[in-house]
Design a protein around this ligand. Sequence first.
Ligand code: SF4
Length: 349
Amino acid sequence: MMERRFSRQVNCGGVLIGGDAPVSIQSMLNTDPHNFDTSKEQIDTLVNAGCEIIRITVPDTKSLETLKLITEYSSVPIVADIHFDYRLALGAIEAGVSKVRINPGNIGSDDRVKAVADAAGAKGIPIRIGVNSGSIEKNILEKYGNTAEALVESALYHVSLLEKFDFKDIVISIKSSDVNKTISAYEQIAKATNYALHLGVTEAGTYTQSAVKSSIALGSLLTRGIGDTIRVSVTGDPAEEIEIAKAILSATGNRKFGPKIVSCPTCGRTKVDLIGVCKEVEKRLAKCTKDIKVAIMGCAVNGPGEARDADIGLAGGTEEFLLFSKGEIIRKIPASRAVEELIEEIDKL
Ligand code: SF4
């Protein structure tokens, strides 16, 4: 990973975004914003999965009541997603949110922008400007077309409205559903400002589509040091977003989430149930926080090399495995005992 781009750090309810803070993981509730019980349940699922910041839409005054209960309940910071109505932003700040996502250009007069900036400033709450390809201002679209440049121009316009009132605790996102446009837009905004960047591909699709698009877009930016917090959007269970986000951050070297598992795809040489062993090991290590590399390989061709290179490893034979620890073969084990004995050895590390 290249050196991290310098960004101005903000504090989102105790989770720092930008500067040298770890790149944080966000998601968004897809429950009814008026229903505390279902929202609470989804917050638990997301937090258990490893989500660090949770956003919720605030569509009307009634939802502010639920929002208050949510901010009191949640162990991670809550972000209010507001469109157009500055009074909802003020209400959300009052309800205890840790960040507001709002585009100041959409809320009307300067007085309203100032009211939101002042209220957020008084509580030390950052504001995220979230531009996406579907929400670019007409005059900017006419000038640039629906391009990366238009996204950047629109974000800078919203930024200028907050800066006018001396508000600088800003995070910016400029998302497109197109991978190349997303990358180009973030590259440009990264050069144009030093505000923290929230990365994401919008409307990324279902699990596989989103995993691929997000990995390419977010991964290529993160490997170049661009990005301070990420949201992977999946049409599906929000907990899947966390799984993909963690895999991206771990692959780019930004974060470590426990053991890194290296496994081969299996082939005609495989004479053990390698896929079953891998799935079980992955499950058993889900809560393990050790910073180790575990290799699970199918045969004697590439197996011993990878297994030796890992902290702990298995190399398959015929219905048996060679168990490696710190580069040494420690014993042969029957395939049926592979998971048990591997986990026992990991516990000793
Ligand atoms: S490590 Fe062995 S079993 Fe696994 S894919 Fe390579 S050759 Fe096949």
